[in-house]
Design a protein around this ligand. Structure first.
Ligand code: NDP
Ligand code: X2W
Length: 348
């Protein structure tokens, strides 16, 4: 009988942690071995999260639990800085790591420190890590033992632009990403800005002067374009719980105006199980991906002009976080990529 993958989760009480639990509880190749929380250590998981009753019989342990070193892989669903503080010990014990925060996303430690305001404590581990966007880095991920799972906004922008950047078809100095996120993107911790009375019946832009996802997106887009890219990125908070919609505006290069962009996107993503290029003329909605690992893209060219408008939707907690992390795990362990990730979106 083959061995199942022993999984640990640090930060099992946050939104991405509980989403990992929801998905991994039914993953056929996984055994949940350890789940940590500082606040809830000693408490049965199913007592805090009744949706997991009968599915997960573990008890929360403290984040320094030795049970983590007995795992094959540990997911960090924690704030920035936690994964790098435990990475070395786990790697020495032969455990692979996927960090859902930003400790292993930015290769330039000066840029990391500028945006996250903490020193990077393991640049050597950062150097061997891989940016976990499977549709771009599949081969490298399959040989990696440390993955920086992409941010939610970056996932939509990078996958929305990869086909045109790889082929050098757009101007690199006028890219605009207008992105909207549901409130769960801000996590489960109590904050005035995410109170029901602050976020419902309201929409607002934030981080216009600068957002920590800007350098992450620019680094990846520049790599795809093989040239520096400039980006205007404006995130918005919208009154829904899950979901993200990004509208991307790019200028087509004069020599590319005759390209069939619909076909280009369909061909680029033809073999990608989690990317759906919508039929010409249609527009994706966030509810069409709710609770699923799908990312849907629509490509438009208003009035047949030289601006391409690309609309991308995903569930920020699934393809934007926990689902993408499990997709990475599947690739790292040589499993079919869709294992445990075939949920259909929930309507309404
Ligand atoms: N929400 C989203 O849509 C996305 C989130 N992310 C990233 O994923 C990570 C988790 O996000 P999210 O689940 O929303 O966050 P939450 O605030 O909802 O949860 C954070 C979790 O981390 C634990 N935790 C907090 N501090 C520490 C610490 N110092 N050591 C160990 N555990 C700690 C908390 O539990 P306890 O306090 O009990 O220990 C809690 O379980 C973040 O880095 C976030 O930026 C990435 C993409 C999308
Ligand atoms: C709506 C909302 O607040 N979203 C978060 C981003 C989501 C996220 O968690 O991204 P990281 O993993 O990079 O922290 C924000 O803008 O800070």
């Amino acid at each position: 009988m083959h061995q199942k993958i022993k999984v640990g989760i640090v930060g099992g009480t946050g939104y991405t942690g509980v989403e990992l639990l929801r998905l991994l509880a039914l993953h056929p190749e996984v055994v949940l071995h350890a789940i940590t929380s500082r606040q809830e250590a000693g408490m049965p998981v199913a007592q805090i999260f009744p949706n997991l009753r009968g599915q997960v019989d573990l008890i929360f342990s403290s984040p320094d639990s030795t049970a983590l070193t007995e795992c094959d892989i540990v997911f960090f669903a924690t704030p920035h800085g936690v994964a790098m503080s435990q990475a070395r010990t786990l790697l020495e014990a032969g455990v692979k790591i996927i960090d859902l925060a930003a400790d292993f996303r930015l290769q330039d430690t000066a840029v990391f420190e500028q945006w996250y305001k903490i020193p990077h404590t393991c640049p050597d581990i950062l150097q061997e890590s891989t940016y976990g966007l499977v549709e771009i880095n599949r081969e490298k991920i399959s040989h990696s033992r440390v993955i920086g799972n992409p941010g939610c906004y970056p996932t939509t922008v990078i996958l929305g632009l990869a086909p045109v950047l790889e082929k050098g078809l757009i101007e690199l100095n006028s890219i605009i990403a207008d992105c909207k996120s549901g409130v769960s993107g801000a996590g489960r911790k109590a904050e005035v800005g995410t109170l029901f009375s602050e976020t419902s019946d309201n929409i607002k832009a934030y981080g216009v002067a600068g957002h920590r996802h800007h350098p992450e997106i620019v680094a990846q887009l520049s790599q795809l374009a093989n040239s520096p890219v400039s980006l205007l990125f404006v995130p918005h908070l919208v009154p829904m719980i899950r979901g993200m919609l990004s509208t991307l505006y790019v200028k087509i290069k004069p020599e590319a105006v005759d390209i069939d962009f619909q076909r280009l996107y369909e061909e680029r993503y033809a073999n990608e199980p989690f990317i759906d290029v919508m039929p010409a003329g249609s527009l994706p909605e966030t509810r069409s991906v709710r609770a699923s690992n799908q990312l849907r893209i629509a490509v438009h060219r208003p009035q047949g002009g030289d601006t391409l408008v690309i609309v991308v939707v995903q569930d920020n907690l699934v393809k934007g976080a926990a689902g993408q992390a499990i997709q990475n795990m599947n690739v790292m362990f040589g499993l079919p990529e869709s294992t445990g990730l075939q949920q259909i979106a929930v309507l309404p």
